[in-house]
Design a protein around this ligand. Structure first.
Ligand code: SDX
Length: 435
């Protein structure tokens, strides 16, 4: 039987190395290069990690060529249709769908950790009302380790479990408070009688002066969007959480680093950027002008919500959200929502354009999500905050998996050094004074 190895030969010396090939349950084989530098004296070079597996994981599987996304083996399409966000959170954290008792216990535990320490509320007052809610969330979430000392010890399984529950449970409360601060309304406490997404809508949109009724269609739409955003393998923000976790930083600090990484417009910040882009394009007659800008290498403009490092097909999440737009707009908004109409036309033109076809650029999860957030009354600057709330489940699950991985060690990549060669210090009076 052919040994599962890959031989790499240094043609300048004739020296070669046989490296083990590892195969997961699904996906391409992996060549294990752990010994490569030690035995061959070479680093490998892979900026952006296009060909690099950074870890072993059993949480999410993506096949970018066929547009497949599985959470713990379950197709995203089935979870979107049949599950709930809290059930998906349980699945992510513990590896399988919960039975009725496990679901009750987990839901109860999440509900009993939704409040944040009262002192945390004063943090919000330190921000101007026009602070971006993501800036507020990064600041407030990053401070949680200053309050919850009984869930910081990463070597203690009870501490880890408690930190996981607290982070997932408190994210909606922190997010809603970031929104309330930005609109100058009083914070609303969580209500433990409500579901996860209903509570978030309640904390965002209810006011003391009036009764607030949660629209079940809005609640279900948000729950579905959150399922689609829960995890996505080793994306930039999840890899950031794992990198921070590899230094044995406390869980709150690790997830706070994930929130920061998600904010970039190349990543989770794209959903806000898509709406701003649609606003800038304004009318279908301007689409070709903006597509030309997107194709112009001298223009920094990119078609936000388009393209993906892994998907060479339509992002399965974008497909589901696009279908959702039709349904939610019919029930909650107006079926002829101008942004949705424009987005559909933009997609149609782009997908028939050679530049996008040749590069396999399709709409990703961020292209349509903002259309739904808008109809739910969520302002554009809160879109990435919503993404962060949902992705906290994935960050926490991936962090827990990393901490218990026996292979886990501090992540410390190397480099190609292209700086100055070794040289001696030059005293000030000997330096060239002309430059
Ligand atoms: C998310 O990793 C994940 O899983 C992320 C995510 C998750 O759930 O965690 O799925 C969430 O972040 C989705 C992506 C959101 N970002 C955007 O929508 C921003 C716009 N898209 C891009 O900037 C870009 O497509 C990335 C960042 C998403 C992917 O970048 P890559 O894989 O590094 O691809 P690239 O930049 O090397 O592009 C390859 C080619 C280039 O052209 P050429 O050099 O071959 O001529 O495609 C072009 C790029 O210029 N290109 C685009 C484009 N995206 C890629 N051109 C115009 N518009 C775009 N959107």
């Amino acid at each position: 039987m052919k040994k599962d190895t890959l031989t790499i030969k240094d043609n300048s010396t004739g020296k070669s190395i046989e490296l083990p090939v590892r195969r997961g349950t699904l996906g391409p084989p992996v060549v294990d290069i752990t010994r490569f530098y030690r035995e061959m004296g070479f680093f490998t070079f892979d900026p952006g990690f296009l060909s690099t597996a950074s870890c072993r994981s059993g949480i999410t599987y993506i096949d970018g060529d066929d547009g497949v996304l599985l959470y713990r083996g379950y197709p995203i399409e089935q979870l979107a249709e049949k599950s709930t966000f809290i059930e998906v959170a349980y699945l992510m954290l513990y590896g399988d769908l919960p039975n009725a008792k496990q679901m009750d216990t987990f839901s109860h535990l999440i509900r009993t950790h939704t409040m944040i320490n009262e002192s945390l509320k004063s943090f919000y007052n330190g921000f101007y009302h026009d602070a971006h809610p993501m800036a507020v969330m990064v600041g407030v979430f990053g401070s949680l380790s200053a309050f919850y000392h009984d869930s910081l010890d990463i070597r203690d399984a009870d501490h880890r479990d408690l930190a996981a529950l607290r982070m997932i449970a408190k994210m909606p409360t922190i997010a809603a408070a970031s929104y309330k601060h930005s609109v100058g309304e009083p914070f609303v406490y969580p209500k433990n009688s409500l579901g996860y997404c209903g509570n978030l809508l309640h904390m965002m949109f209810s006011v003391p002066s009036e009764d607030y009724e949660i629209d079940p269609i809005a609640e279900r739409a948000l729950d579905l969007i959150f399922i689609l955003h829960a995890d996505h393998e080793q994306n930039a923000s999840t890899s950031t959480v794992r990198l921070a976790g590899s230094s044995s930083a406390n869980p709150f600090a690790c997830v706070s680093s994930g929130i920061t990484a998600l904010w970039g417009p190349a990543h989770g910040g794209a959903n806000e950027a898509v709406l701003n882009m649609l606003e800038e394009i304004g009318d279908a007659k301007n689409i070709s002008t903006y597509l030309d800008k997107a194709k112009d290498k001298n223009d920094s403009f990119r078609l936000m919500g388009f393209g993906h490092r892994i998907y060479r097909e339509y992002d399965p999440r974008a497909k589901i959200i696009r279908e959702m737009c039709h349904e939610v707009l019919k029930k909650l908004g107006n079926e002829n929502d101008p942004f949705f109409e424009l987005a559909l036309k933009l997609e149609d033109v782009a997908l028939n354009d050679d530049y996008f076809k040749e590069r396999s650029l399709y709409p990703n999860v961020d292209f349509y999500s903002g259309i739904i957030y808008r109809v739910l009354g969520i302002p554009t600057n809160m879109f990435t905050v919503m993404f962060a709330v949902a992705r906290t489940v994935g960050w926490v699950a991936q962090w827990m998996e990393m901490i218990s991985d026996p292979d886990q060690r501090i992540a410390r990549p190397r480099q190609i050094y292209e700086g100055a060669g070794i040289r001696d210090y030059v005293p000030l009076d000997k330096r060239n004074s002309d430059t």
